[in-house]
Write a protein that binds this ligand. Structure first.
Ligand code: FCB
Length: 450
């Protein structure tokens, strides 16, 4: 059996997000978020599921941290619910909301687990959406006001900060095709929202530096590779357009200081309005790039839609698809990390999310023997190891997710957890899966076998 040892200071973790696990959607003064509004509308979410209760983590937090300790993770990535802190998005703060995260951070530190906090994992306060949300340039100052409140309370103890999680998804699924909250279908708004997300990221990094904290700050992007189906110029340029939309709209301004030229040319009048100085602010040096890797795509030209392309999941030989419709392709994970090394100046990186939902069933005792998840994670850990062996500067890895949770438009149907959650039981009973034990051993040995 081959051994893949990881560096001594490599950080193993697990990730969640506020709306997906917390529940308590209107407790302790919390305001409404765009996801509360969206899930309460008919036919937005599979089976009409909502995050009203979810895993009820808000009331089970110490128990969940105890499970993290048992798992042996060195860091926990979670997000902070903006409408818990500022129910109207700006203005009056809610001390009970701040207290919850204060207790979480202390509980983690007492368990020897480094907090890794994301400020925006999609749950924008609805009151701000009513003013245009991320498509309004004021969102930049709304976000920094919120960040300042959170930093003041927590940044003395939080090791790692991310400004946004997957701004691509917020902009292009929230405002572009409307699949996700706030459910707006307008590409001009989407491109403008993307720019404001980038700008608010830069402003927040700047603020964090000014406030003088010692932790690290970065951003979390969903990235993949994009290969043309054939070498025809039409397919090649289609693949470049998709890469520019998903990777380039965020990677390029943050790490290179400009938007991808091919895409800006293609969208013409829909290009975002950019003010003097914006690009310098966006290009603030970051301490790490958070990479969420789930899938890669093969792209070809087709004559419909804004970008005139269609894509198919790329799948490695011997692998298949996940329930989400994502192809399993660890080889492209290695390729992506090497691409970031080569073409984006080899930033310090964390894998901030990687994981899968394969529909592996629970037995009568709620135990899930999820060998499929174990195989998936092993292959992706090895792929990351391979990229590191070739020089990619990868510092840590967070599995998505610590526990089964509310998977956005698919509700509770898709289970990504290392821990099974019984959503029918009033206590939302937690039961570690086989992958929990397997991952605990990986962390203990700091080595992947096989
Ligand atoms: C990512 C999200 C995360 C989770 C996984 C499966 O796009 O960041 O919240 O839903 O997908």
């Amino acid at each position: 059996m081959t051994q893949y040892p990881f560096p001594e200071d490599f950080i193993w973790g697990a990730a969640t997000a506020a709306y997906q696990i917390e529940g308590a959607w209107d407790e302790d003064g919390k305001g409404e978020s765009v996801w509360d509004r969206f899930t309460h509308q008919p036919f937005r979410i599979l089976n009409g599921d909502t995050g009203d209760v979810a895993c009820d983590h808000y009331h089970h937090m110490p128990e969940d941290v105890a499970l993290m300790k048992e798992l042996g993770i060195q860091s926990y990535r979670f997000s902070i619910g903006w409408p818990r802190i500022l129910p109207q998005g700006i203005g009056t703060t809610e001390p009970r909301g701040l207290d919850f995260y204060d207790r979480l951070v202390d509980e983690l530190l007492n368990a020897g687990i480094l907090p890794n906090a994301t400020l925006n994992h999609w749950d924008l306060p609805q009151a701000l959406q009513d003013k245009g949300g991320w498509a309004n340039r004021d969102s930049v100052s709304w976000f920094t006001e919120y960040a300042a409140v959170v930093f003041e309370k927590l940044a003395d103890r939080v090791a790692f900060w991310a400004t946004h999680n997957e701004p691509y998804v917020v902009a292009f699924m929230g405002y572009g095709d409307g699949t996700f909250a706030p459910g707006i279908a307008s590409y001009p708004q989407a491109f403008q929202a993307a720019h404001h997300l980038n700008l608010s990221h830069g402003k927040t990094v700047e603020l964090y530096r000014q406030m003088g904290y010692e932790g690290q700050i970065g951003i979390v992007l969903n990235l993949g590779t994009f290969h043309p189906k054939t070498s025809s110029p039409a397919d090649v340029s289609a693949a470049e357009r998709l890469e520019s939309l998903i990777n380039g709209m965020f990677l390029d301004p943050i790490l290179k200081g400009h938007y991808p030229g091919n895409l800006m040319h293609w969208i013409g009048d829909m290009a975002p309005e950019i003010h003097d100085g914006d690009m310098d602010i966006i290009q603030q040096p970051i301490d790490f790039l958070g990479v969420n890797y789930y899938f890669s795509q093969t792209v070809s030209f087709q004559p419909h839609g804004l970008l005139k392309l269609t894509s198919k999941p790329k799948i490695d030989p011997g692998w298949g698809m996940t329930l989400k419709g994502w192809g399993i392709c660890p080889s492209q994970f290695t390729e992506l990390l090497l691409h970031l090394r080569q073409d984006y100046g080899n930033p310090a990186m964390f894998i901030t999310e990687n994981g899968t939902a394969l529909g592996e069933p629970a037995d009568a005792n709620n135990f899930v023997n999820d060998q499929g998840r174990i195989n998936y994670l092993r292959a992706h850990f090895r792929a990351a190891h391979q990229a590191m062996a070739q020089g990619a500067d990868l510092r840590g890895y967070y599995v998505w997710s610590l526990m089964d949770n509310f998977e956005w438009a698919e509700g509770f149907d898709l289970r990504f957890g290392l821990i099974h959650v019984d959503f029918d039981a009033p206590d939302r009973k937690r039961t570690p899966k086989a992958s929990f034990d397997w991952y605990r051993q990986v962390i203990e040995d700091n080595t992947v076998y096989g």
